[in-house]
Design a protein around this ligand. Structure first.
Ligand code: C2E
Ligand code: CA
Ligand code: CA
Ligand code: CA
Length: 280
């Protein structure tokens, strides 16, 4: 038993070393990922629930590294935040997404549709964000009404007063704001009323569970009701089946996003989807 205990200790410390090592390796690779051109954006269509017409798309960041392979954003974005790279990366995402959207617009691929971009907590905390965004809009020529920024509920609640001020300043630029992952954080209704937001995105965990879990179904229904009571649009993400899409439409959900319609697509595939697949 004693030696087993020692082996356990060795096992755990070895694993910790490995974790630290791979984290350091990832940080080293992440530091040069921008200049090495390793980032790209994928676009996932968002559909109007009743008509099933595409009304916009969400830009999602992808990192492909020669040594590490594909690293999911849920892994490298928190690391980029801690290491202080997120400002440069977030700036690139905004610029790249807006530039791409204007190019698609000129090709007649997504006329008047909305582009959604995720912001990290560090970007929201950056006092220069509003000026930077205003510059990006100016340089790319994207009409602000066509840009929506997605912020997670917990990010907003980290520092609600600062968030409220930043959101107000962003809204003045003419962009709209969505609360992402809604239902997983802890916003009080009072804050929800105070934040100048336009849309709630029901967290995908509830949407994916709603067809076989009555509690998830109840939460989805409550969020849709709450959003509408506050005159906010409601988007469901993680819509994986036509059954869920129908149930959400029956509940009055405004927009749908999920694998049922399309995965996030690389630019060329997104262009193809918009021109040939999407029912117009
Ligand atoms: P999110 O903003 O909640 O994005 C939705 C995630 O759900 C995406 O994962 C998307 O690929 C996935 N998804 C969409 N539809 C379905 C579905 O029907 N079923 C399932 N199982 N999943 C679905 P992804 O692309 O891996 O992104 C993960 C998270 O990383 C995002 O969650 C977002 O928080 C963050 N992220 C991605 N791109 C960016 C970015 O450019 N900036 C920032 N700050 N965060 C980003
Ligand atoms: Ca999002
Ligand atoms: Ca989400
Ligand atoms: Ca999420």
């Amino acid at each position: 038993a004693k030696s087993a205990g020692r082996d356990m200790v060795r096992f755990f410390s070895k694993e910790t070393d490995q974790r630290v090592l791979s984290r350091q390796l990832m940080e080293v690779q992440l530091r040069q990922a921008l200049s090495a051109g390793e980032f790209s954006l994928h676009f996932q269509p968002r559909l109007h629930a009743r008509t099933r017409q595409v009304v916009g798309a969400e830009a999602l960041l992808r990192w492909n590294n020669a040594e590490l392979g594909y690293v999911p954003p849920g892994v490298f974005i928190p690391l980029a935040e801690e290491a202080g790279f997120i400002h440069a990366i977030g700036d690139w995402v905004l610029r790249q997404a807006c530039t791409t959207w204007v190019a698609l617009e000129k090709q007649g691929v997504c006329r008047g549709l909305t582009l959604s971009v995720n912001l990290s907590v560090a970007q929201l905390a950056n006092p220069a964000l509003v000026d930077e965004l205003s510059q990006v809009l100016h340089e790319t020529g994207l009409p602000p009404e066509q840009l929506e920024l997605e912020l997670t509920e917990s990010h907003l609640m980290d520092n609600p007063d600062t968030a409220q001020e930043q959101l107000a300043a962003l809204k003045e630029l003419g962009v709209s704001i969505a609360i992402d992952d809604f239902g997983t954080g802890y916003s009080s209704l009072a804050y929800l009323k105070r934040f100048p937001v336009d849309r709630l995105k029901v967290d995908q965990s509830f949407v994916m569970g709603m067809m076989d879990d009555s509690a998830d179904a109840a939460i989805v229904s409550a969020v849709i009701g709450l959003g509408h009571t506050l005159a906010l649009g409601v988007v469901a993400e993680g819509v994986e089946s036509l059954g869920a899409a129908q149930a959400l439409t029956a509940l009055g959900c405004d927009e749908l996003q999920g694998y049922c319609f399309s995965r996030p697509l690389p630019l060329e595939e997104f262009r193809h989807y918009m021109q040939h697949v999407s029912p117009v």
